[in-house]
Design a protein around this ligand. Sequence first.
Ligand code: DQA
Length: 146
Amino acid sequence: SVLLLLNGPNLGILGDREPEIYGTQTLADIEKAVAEEVHPAGLELLSVQHDGEGELIGAVHRHRHDTVGAIVNPGALMIAGWGLRDALAGYPRPWIEVHLSNVWAREQFRHESVLAPLASGVVVGLGAYGYVLAARALLHLRAGDA
Ligand code: DQA
C-alpha cells in the first residue's frame, strides 16, 4: 500500500526558504522521516511536490485509487486553491492537511484554508514533525477502518 505525500508551491526549497519560519529541514529530510514512520506498518511513501496547482490536481487524480491516504501541505494554495480543493473533494481516502508554521500566528490572509473543511484533520505549527504526526494519525485512522 502507498501513502501519498503532496507538497504545494515553494515547498521544494524547504530548508533554504525562510528557515526562521519553516525550519532547516529539507523536503528530503521530511520524506525520510515520514517513510520511516509508515514502513513498519507496511506502507510505502510516494512524495510529489509541484509549484503549480494543475500538476498537483493531476497527481491527486492519478493517485485517487492507488493510495490509501494522503498528507497534504498545500502551501499558499490553502488561501484560494479552489481547483485543488475540488480534486481533494473527490479523493476517496482520508487525508490530513499540514502547515509547518502556525498560520494563525501569522498574517490574516493565512488564517483560513479552503481545503481544511475537507480534511480528516489539520496539523499546524509543529514544523517538520507535523508531517510525522499526520502520518501517525493516518495509520491510526486506517487501523480504525480495518
Ligand atoms: C505553509 C503556510 C502557508 O501559508 C504558506 O503559503 C506556505 C507554507 C506552511 O507549511 O506553514 O507556503 O503551508
